[in-house]
Design a protein around this ligand. Structure first.
Ligand code: HEM
Length: 394
């Protein structure tokens, strides 16, 4: 816990120093990026994915088509163009908004009846329900699926150690993946073979993807779409409960005001805190009036907390919350909170819509109180925070 991201007398839970060096190579040859323009140039350049357990995905048999997050070039462009229709604001509104409202009503009502509870458990239910609908995982028991997916998404993926523990971890994850496939993914596939729907699994089936490929894609969406939104709603709740003026602005504001607040909160505390890439060829990156060459094969670590606080892009007082900050047209309001370049988050509109819907219902409860600030943990798959045991009362 440390320095403020909201105002000079408030706190954010990330304790970092805005680094003067936008681009820096460490003694192991890894490049660290802390400048917005430099990060954008790299993400638009010739790189491959090195985050989200990419090394594990590389161990998959060659004939298996990689999930969207790990594809590159023409194959990736084609896949993104084909799935784009499931993620537009209009499709989100027409297909998902009513269900999001129904889920949020049920979860918040239950919470009120119980007199409070652990917010992270509530947001897990919300995020799982929405991500499952988007994927088309609708033919199994949601609560059981949540448990199976949670075990996979929070597993310790460090299998490299040639130890008994490493093997046990590996077998455990494989076992849970098998259960997730048999009880959740396979029934969804079987149903959609008979009756295709407007969802990602139906699309993958139409493209001839195998059961294993669909399983891996579902896990990717679970990490990229579910864990992230679960944690983001917790972060936004925590900040609004700590800062009543922000909560009131959110509650009184129109959709544009509310979305600006959500973007600004994500800019200050990005859920995915590091993006990792490997240079696929020599990368020439303009920085500070010179051109720096990152050699082919080098690992690149993009530090999103610092990148989002780069005053050259975020403007004055970059560590303070200001949902009306003046930004250049080309700079998204959350800067790199949703990434940039070809792999920029496909689920941004879904994430914002579900967060907005859930938070409106929760924040409206007058007697809502923070009982216990959350324990801050780290999720190694998304390289970001997890806010555990965020206890609220009503
Ligand atoms: C607040 C919530 C969210 C945040 C902060 C977030 C953040 C991100 C970021 C930073 C990336 C870029 C990863 C990279 O470049 O390596 C990404 C990619 C992605 N996100 Fe999100 N995300 C969120 C919600 C969602 C949702 C709700 C979905 C879908 C249901 C989703 C699906 C994806 C997918 C499929 C990718 C990979 C896109 C590609 O590789 O082309 N995300 N997300």
């Amino acid at each position: 816990m440390g320095q403020s991201s909201l105002s000079s007398d408030s706190k954010t839970f990330y304790n970092f120093q805005a680094h003067p060096t936008a681009l820096q190579r460490d003694e192991n040859g890894t490049w660290h990026v802390r400048g917005y323009a430099e990060a954008k140039a790299i993400l638009l350049g010739d790189t491959t994915q090195a985050g989200f357990s990419a090394e594990l995905v590389k161990q998959m048999p060659l004939k298996i088509q990689q999930p969207v997050l790990f594809q590159a070039g023409a194959e990736h462009r084609e896949q993104r163009a084909q799935i784009a229709k499931f993620f537009t604001p209009t499709f989100t509104q027409q297909q998902h908004a009513a269900l999001m409202e129904k889920y949020a009503d049920a979860i918040v009502d239950e919470f009120v009846r119980a007199g409070g509870g652990d917010l992270n458990k509530m947001t897990a239910r919300m995020a799982l329900a929405v991500a499952a609908d988007v994927m088309g995982l609708t033919n199994s028991n949601r609560a059981h699926m949540a448990r199976r997916l949670d075990t996979i998404l929070h597993a310790d993926m460090n299998f490299s150690a040639k130890s008994v523990q490493g093997i046990v971890r590996y077998v455990n994850v494989q076992w849970n993946m098998l259960l997730f496939y048999l009880f959740d993914v396979r029934p969804a596939i079987q149903f959609r073979k008979r009756a295709p729907q407007s969802d990602v699994i139906s699309h993958l089936l139409a493209k001839g993807r195998s059961g294993t490929e669909i399983l891996i894609e579902c896990i990717t969406y679970g990490a990229a779409g579910m864990v992230t939104t679960q944690e983001f709603i917790c972060l936004a709740t925590w900040q609004m409960l700590e800062h009543d003026a922000l909560r009131q602005e959110f509650l009184r504001g129109d959709a544009e005001t509310r979305y600006r607040i959500l973007h600004e909160l994500l800019r200050l505390d990005p859920v995915v805190a590091h993006l990792l890439r490997r240079a696929a060829s020599d990368l020439c990156v303009p920085s500070g009036g010179a051109t720096v060459t990152i050699p082919r094969g080098a690992l690149i670590d993009l530090h999103l907390n610092e990148i989002n606080a780069d005053a050259r892009a975020a403007g004055a007082e970059p560590l303070h919350l200001n949902s009306h900050r003046a930004l250049e047209k080309s700079v998204p309001r959350s800067l790199m909170g949703f990434g940039a370049g070809p792999h920029r988050c496909v689920g941004e509109f879904i994430a914002l819509a579900e967060s907005d819907i859930f938070l409106q219902r929760l924040m409206r409860i007058n007697t809502l109180k923070l009982v216990q600030a959350p324990k801050i943990q780290r999720n190694e798959t998304i390289k970001g925070y997890e806010l555990r045991e965020l206890m609220l009362s009503v």
